[in-house]
Design a protein around this ligand. Structure first.
Ligand SMILES: Cc1cc2nc3c(=O)[nH]c(=O)nc-3n(C[C@H](O)[C@H](O)[C@H](O)COP(=O)(O)OP(=O)(O)OC[C@H]3O[C@@H](n4cnc5c(N)ncnc54)[C@H](O)[C@@H]3O)c2cc1C
Length: 377
């Protein structure tokens, strides 16, 4: 019998989750990764919901660095809104170790991982050709999980996004002086599309950063100087994040997109490991159904709920960003006691759902009334 072969382009979390699932279902899976080492270069703050990470990777001691029980949001005027949970709701992970763990899971399920092998093209056909510098090979299905580079995404699907991703600068610092079990968000006067943040790794180390379209390094240095005058910088890099919602292409047939290249990121934070991982589970299921039974449409159906949340969150953010100052939201949330509601209904991954579930109760309504008042004045 001829083996049914699936190529996965990209050995980040989205590609590795898809590869693991398909190899476990008995397909012959090859992961192409252009870098020599899985998980490098690092590009993540490593903050994931406990529930989401459990679903895509499991919770393994080897990559868990810290447990997060709360968040502090600070407005430009210095007032704060604090959320505190009785138990950890998020974890900080060693991202390189997490990716290595996913790679080992994929390998034990039977996948092959070709490191240092960049894919330069994918040619569609009865079987698809995956082209590398060494030559080309034939596959029955291709999962493109190339991250933010989106080179193959564009060559296969045109430009489904329209505008470039948002540059982000992240620093590893010591002597942060923050509480280790909280993450911190500051709305800064000089940032309009995003915020600055700190994610503690332990009492000593934290990942801190900010995102903006122009002068990202200059503003990041200003943020460091103002918020962490005592800190020592141990490293930094500039990468990019996506806040503009998922692409509606790459969800059908035997060439599909997953992860950052599909825009599977949360529109409020750019976080994409859990959302991309959940979509990768759906993509793998889709490919298995298509290749085994000839039925299309599974991926689109399985991600409908996630996509609805991402698209509505994006629409709401775009609408609100033209009308409401995020610092007012911080202050109104504190005034209305919204922490009490979010403790009960908060979902770190599905933001629109969280908002919908927060409103139908007295504190949620108080918050909404405050927002409406601030829109009218
Ligand atoms: C500073 C920063 C902080 C972040 N913090 C968080 C966070 O706290 N939580 C969170 O959930 N998300 C966070 N994110 C987003 C998160 O890192 C991404 O959503 C996630 O890495 C997406 O996974 P992926 O597998 O789609 O892509 P990637 O992780 O980018 O993996 C893509 C892989 O494909 C490989 N590749 C690309 N092109 C080719 C090719 N042609 N051939 C072969 N291989 C190729 C790349 O080398 C790479 O290994 C952050 C991002 C940044 C930049």
């Amino acid at each position: 019998m001829v083996a049914v072969r699936v190529a996965v382009v990209g050995g980040g979390p989205a590609g590795l989750v898809a590869a693991r699932e398909l190899a476990s279902s008995g397909f012959e899976v090859t992961v192409f990764e252009e870098d020599e080492v899985i998980g490098r270069p690092e590009h993540c703050a490593g903050l994931y919901s406990v529930s989401g990470l459990r679903r895509i990777a499991g919770l393994e001691r080897r990559f868990l660095l810290n447990a997060i029980r709360g968040a502090v949001f600070t407005s430009v005027r210095g007032s704060t809104f604090e959320l505190r949970f009785p138990h950890p709701v998020a974890v900080v992970a060693d991202r390189e170790e997490l990716d290595r763990h996913l790679a080992e899971q994929a390998l034990s399920a039977g996948a092959e991982i070709r490191l240092g092998t960049g894919v330069v093209g994918v040619r569609r056909g009865m079987r698809h050709s995956v082209v590398t510098k060494e030559g080309s090979s034939e596959f029955d299905a291709v999962i493109v999980a190339e991250g933010m580079s989106r080179r193959l995404t564009r060559s296969l699907f045109g430009d489904p996004f329209g505008r470039p991703p948002l540059p982000i600068a992240q620093f590893l610092i010591s002597r942060h002086g923050l509480e280790r079990d909280k993450v911190y968000v500051w709305f800064e006067r000089y940032l309009d599309e995003y915020f600055s943040y700190a994610v503690p790794i332990d009492e000593e180390l934290a990942r801190v950063g900010l995102a903006c379209r122009r002068n990202v390094m200059e503003l990041a240095r200003r943020f460091l100087k103002e918020r962490f005058p005592e800190a020592r910088v141990l490293g930094h890099y500039v990468h990019s994040i996506w806040l503009d919602g998922p692409a509606s292409v790459g969800l059908d047939g035997s060439v599909v997109l997953v992860g950052d290249c599909a825009g599977q990121n949360k529109p409020l934070t750019g976080g994409g490991v859990v959302v991309g991982g959940l979509c990768a589970l759906a993509a793998a299921r889709h490919v298995a159904v298509l290749l085994n039974e000839g039925r299309d449409g599974t991926y689109r159906r399985l991600v409908r709920g996630i996509y609805r949340d991402l698209n509505w969150t994006k629409r709401l953010r775009d609408w609100a960003s033209r009308r409401i100052d995020p610092s007012d939201v911080v202050e109104l949330a504190a005034e209305a006691g919204l922490d009490d509601v979010l403790r009960r209904v908060g979902d770190m991954d599905m933001h629109f759902r969280t908002l919908l579930m927060s409103l139908p109760n007295p504190r949620g309504l108080m918050f909404l009334a405050g927002l409406i008042r601030s829109l009218l004045v």
